[in-house]
Design a protein around this ligand. Structure first.
Ligand SMILES: *Cc1c(COP(=O)(O)O)cnc(C)c1O
Length: 384
């Protein structure tokens, strides 16, 4: 029987503990496993290679993403590192022009040392993607909506171009989660997550995921996961399974709150720009509606020049100034000096990550309290 997504969140993967019937998969806090004789084990040898708690989580994320094979890592960047290790010296990647700062950093200053290059492209314009294709390009790496300007890329359209040209399509699905968007079913080859964000959902665990459908690709990724070693610990795997159970109810509220706040911001007169693909006026609105079950809960905006953004951050009372996103609590950040500081100023400015840009991760608090907090902080930040 095939279940719908709200049931998979609770019962997907390995449902409960196979040996004891415990409703929750226990934390198998062990590094190694007794072998019954030379070459005779019970399916487990060493916890970098495999651990039952992690395996339960890995099969759960595979089910949720409509993939076949899931892999859990110690962080989103450990997942990205492992995926980038598929490539060889001389290979090139096409990358979305506003991506997570850490993804840019590992490409620009780690993998570049091994002869792997990248080309930054506005992937919401398919002709720019096509123009950038050449022999050396092995993969297209996108985020949609991208970080921090919520630019939407048409996954199906890029997947088609990737397939026709024999390139791999990698999608970072952190901002929407499989609850709202399933890139593998839209034609992507590899899905990446920072589980630290919505999947965990409580701002208490760092984790990352990779999900694929293809067996050969999965085999190479499992090999790399074990060879590189950035695996997720048993306890953190347990916390992720626990977090994922409530993903649906959290996302519903996140999206509802974000929609209300985006509309309020747009009408408020306080801002010169609002970036949110759930707004009809947003250039990504139609594609977002077509390919996802909601616009997510990340909003970016530029305060009108009447207001001092530095003062605004200090005046907030309920909403906290912090890195990260996707937790139950609302967080704001300043991309230019925080999440995207690793991106050189010229690139940042040219894509629109200006100093006045504010990124808001809308939590699941009472939306009226959030709007009230934004309002009082903006009004208290009028330049004198
Ligand atoms: C946070 C984030 C990452 C990195 O994940 P970590 O868990 O912090 O290593 C990658 N991509 C996106 C979109 C993110 O928001």
């Amino acid at each position: 029987m095939s279940y719908k997504k709200n049931s998979i969140l609770i019962h997907g993967g390995i449902d409960g503990d196979v040996t004891t019937g415990a409703v929750n998969v226990p934390v198998y806090q062990t590094s190694t496993y007794k072998q019954d004789g030379l070459g005779k084990n019970r399916g487990w040898e060493y916890s970098r290679t495999g651990n039952p708690t992690r395996a339960a989580l890995e099969s759960l994320i595979a089910d949720l993403e409509e993939g076949k094979y899931g892999l859990a890592f110690a962080s989103g960047l450990a997942a990205i590192n492992t995926v980038l290790s598929l490539f060889h010296s001389g290979d090139k990647l096409i990358v979305s022009d506003n991506i997570y700062g850490g993804t840019f950093r590992i490409l620009d200053n780690v993998f570049s040392h091994f002869g792997i290059t990248y080309k930054i492209v506005n992937t919401s314009h398919i002709d720019e993607v096509i123009t950038a294709l050449d022999e050396d390009v092995k993969a297209i790496y996108i985020e949609t909506p991208a970080n921090p300007l919520l630019t939407v890329t048409d996954i199906e359209e890029v997947a088609k171009v990737a397939k026709e040209n024999g390139k791999i399509l990698i999608v970072d699905n952190t901002f929407l989660t499989p609850y709202l968007q399933r890139p593998l079913s839209l034609g992507a080859d590899i899905v990446i997550h920072s589980g630290t964000k919505y999947l965990g959902g409580h701002s208490d665990t760092i984790s990352g995921f990779v999900v694929v459908k293809d067996k050969a690709l999965a085999d190479r990724l499992y090999y790399l996961q074990n060879a590189i070693g950035g695996v997720l610990a048993p306890w953190d795997s347990f916390l992720m399974i626990r977090g994922i159970k409530t993903l649906g109810v959290r996302m519903d509220r996140h999206v509802e709150n974000a929609g209300r706040i985006a509309q309020w911001l747009q009408k408020s007169g306080y801002v010169s720009k609002v970036y949110y693909p759930g707004l009809k006026s947003d250039p990504g609105y139609e594609v977002q509606k077509k390919q996802a079950d909601g616009a997510g809960a990340m909003i970016s905006f530029v305060l009108d020049e009447k207001y001092d953004y530095k003062v605004f951050f200090e005046k907030l009372q309920l909403i906290m100034l912090a890195e990260s996103l996707g937790g139950v609590e609302s967080l704001v950040c300043h991309p230019a000096t925080m999440t995207h500081a690793a991106i050189p100023e010229e690139i940042r400015k040219s894509v629109g990550i200006v100093d006045e840009l504010i990124r808001l991760s809308v939590g699941i608090e009472d939306v009226d309290d959030l709007i009230e907090d934004l309002k009082q902080a903006i009004e208290a930040s009028v330049r004198r």
